[in-house]
Design a protein around this ligand. Structure first.
Ligand code: ZN
Length: 424
């Protein structure tokens, strides 16, 4: 667990890390040196944590223009590995790791497992992708570091997943939410639920509704579902996880600074309000991040967690700032609608927003999938409840319509959820 017990100790570690990072990037990277010079800031100017605000931002476009070794701040001889993630357009993002980066990533991932109560007695089925994509190898290194037994099966192959889960008496399953649901349902179909020994499920990289969580827990008999966060730019998965209280994601504030900024003005939002996550690494050598705009939206959760951990928390991710749309002069993020749905029982987490213009007035329709177990006779009341909630939380009044489970289009990571059919 972290090497600090108070906020004061944490701030001292953060300042030390920030000063080191800025000096390291300035010395080792032509890109950062040029950027810092342009912004008129030198490593000596970083005297306190507030001086972070003097530093320029880094964006996904900077990663693209630096392809294939963006933000590289060490000689090639010191890089021991690369990982890549799919870029939204064009080339994928590739990030280089030094041996220390690989070790640090293992250590923070081990903390994630510890936070989820995973230890030497556990058997961990790792049903996420291995290879260029960072997930699998991160899950495995962290698992071995806490002394648990890794079952490195990778994604897919439902037959083998079910077989090993039962035969090896697996206690922890790591996968995406849709995979967890698929497996839970498959175990049910085969009448194997009674033989499952799962205690915990660790989910990565997908929004998951409350209904879906309850269904997964119910079918598998597991006690906890944990959400793990992370991205390739920031080592990979393992940047944070919720604790047994499930009241927000604890993030490793001694490894990176998290700013929550208004995506338009790039100024901090008041504590507790939603904004874009901007990340500055404190120890990363190969490709450090300085005020990297993740485009992911969330909010900080004020106060200390009931679990007693001194680690700060942010909320679950609420979508991407690029996905914002404007409806009747209100800025809306699809994640705000997903958030309402995640707190509504009887619906899945799949939805579409359709924007049209009728008689010169903008109209918004929200299509929501009914939960497979829910009774269509209750659609009217359910739709009215969702509409009222959206009205209260987002200050707009859409038409809400329930549709059959699995009737909305599904795609991989980037599902299109907003269809803007307004003209002009
Ligand atoms: Zn906690």
């Amino acid at each position: 667990m972290p090497a600090f017990t108070s906020e004061k100790e944490l701030r001292a570690l953060q300042l030390e890390g920030l000063q080191w990072t800025v000096a390291h990037a300035y010395r080792g990277s032509d890109f950062y040196r040029a950027r810092f010079d342009e912004a008129g800031v030198s490593p000596d100017d970083i005297q306190g944590l507030d001086d972070l605000r003097r530093l320029p931002f880094t964006t996904a476009a900077d990663l693209a223009s630096g392809y294939p070794f963006p933000l590289r701040s060490v000689p090639f001889e010191r890089l021991v590995r690369i990982h890549a993630s799919s870029g939204t357009t064009g080339k994928r993002k590739i990030l280089g790791y030094t041996q220390k980066d690989v070790d640090d990533w293992r250590d923070i991932f081990a903390r994630c497992y510890e936070m989820a109560g995973v230890g030497p007695a556990d058997r961990v089925q790792i049903a996420v992708g291995y290879g260029l994509w960072t997930a699998g190898v991160g899950f495995q290194a962290g698992c071995e570091a806490v002394g648990a037994m890794a079952v490195p099966i990778g994604p897919g192959n439902l037959d083998l997943q079910c077989e090993l889960l039962i035969d090896l008496e697996v206690t922890v399953l790591c996968c995406t939410a849709s995979m967890a649901l698929l497996m839970a349902e498959e175990l049910g179909k085969r009448g194997l639920n009674d033989q499952v020994k799962l205690r915990s499920i660790i989910l990565g990289s997908e929004v998951c509704s409350q209904a879906m969580r309850e269904r997964i827990l119910d079918l598998t008999g597991a006690e906890h579902i944990y959400d793990i966060t992370g991205m390739t730019e920031l080592y990979g998965p393992g940047a944070g996880i919720d604790c047994r209280e499930h009241d927000g994601i604890h993030y490793w504030a001694d490894y990176y600074l998290l700013e929550i900024l208004d995506p338009d003005t790039l100024q901090p939002v008041p504590e507790g309000e939603m904004g874009e996550m901007v990340v500055t690494t404190l120890r990363k050598e190969g490709a450090p991040l300085v005020r990297y705009r993740t485009r992911d939206l969330t909010r900080l959760i004020p106060g200390r967690c009931a679990c007693g951990s001194p680690l700060p928390r942010h909320d679950r991710l609420m979508g991407r700032s690029d996905d914002m749309f404007i409806f009747r002069a209100v800025n809306i993020y699809p994640g705000q609608i997903a958030d309402v749905l995640s707190r509504t029982s009887g619906v899945s987490c799949e939805y579409n927003v359709v924007l049209t213009r009728e008689g010169g007035k903008d109209q918004m329709k929200v299509l929501v999938e009914r939960d497979p177990e829910a009774d269509p006779a209750a659609d009217g009341a359910l739709a009215a409840g969702i509409r009222d909630r959206i009205q209260k939380d987002i200050m707009v009044t859409p038409e809400v319509q329930l549709v059959d489970y699995a009737s909305l289009p599904r795609s991989e990571r980037k599902s299109k959820r907003v269809y803007d059919q307004r003209e002009g």
